[in-house]
Design a protein around this ligand. Structure first.
Ligand SMILES: [Zn+2]
Ligand SMILES: [Zn+2]
Length: 140
């Protein structure tokens, strides 16, 4: 089960919502998740990833056999401008090769994973106060 979380600034009220973890169906993910979906009910990342990344993934898959895929939602933070987003974090493995995504913020800086520990110490990008992290729900 995945978690829905919220960061709230106690001083200015600035709020950021994000989610993380894996849903039940996510355990059955395979490489088809990176190609256009056949059924609307399939777990599919095709629409959520940008073209360039899909190209890299397709090249990786073309050269690989016995591929295993693990994926989950993960919050990321841009340490330059403070933006927090939820992205799919995944690992495609084949033998001793792996592919993992690198996401870039609109400001040009590369996003870093926002770990559970760091979620407790996020500074508000509006006013600089330490934000409070709350668990607000779950998703499958
Ligand atoms: Zn940024
Ligand atoms: Zn604030």
């Amino acid at each position: 089960m995945g978690e829905l979380k919220k960061l709230i600034c106690p001083k200015c009220g600035h709020t950021v919502k994000f989610y993380e973890g894996v849903g039940m169906l996510w355990y059955f993910i395979d490489k088809n998740a990176f190609y256009p979906p056949k059924n609307s009910t399939d777990i599919n990342f095709y629409k959520e990833l940008d073209k360039k990344m899909l190209e890299e993934i397709h090249n990786f898959l073309k050269e690989s056999e016995d591929v295993s895929v693990e994926a989950g939602y993960q919050p990321y933070i841009c340490k330059k401008c403070g933006k927090i987003v939820t992205k799919i974090d995944f690992t495609i493995g084949s033998g001793n090769k792996i592919y993992t995504p690198a996401y870039t913020c609109n400001c040009g800086n590369e996003y870093a994973k926002l770990t559970e520990e760091e979620q407790q110490h996020v500074l508000c990008k509006e006013c600089g106060s330490e934000m409070m992290c709350e668990l607000t729900g779950f998703w499958d």
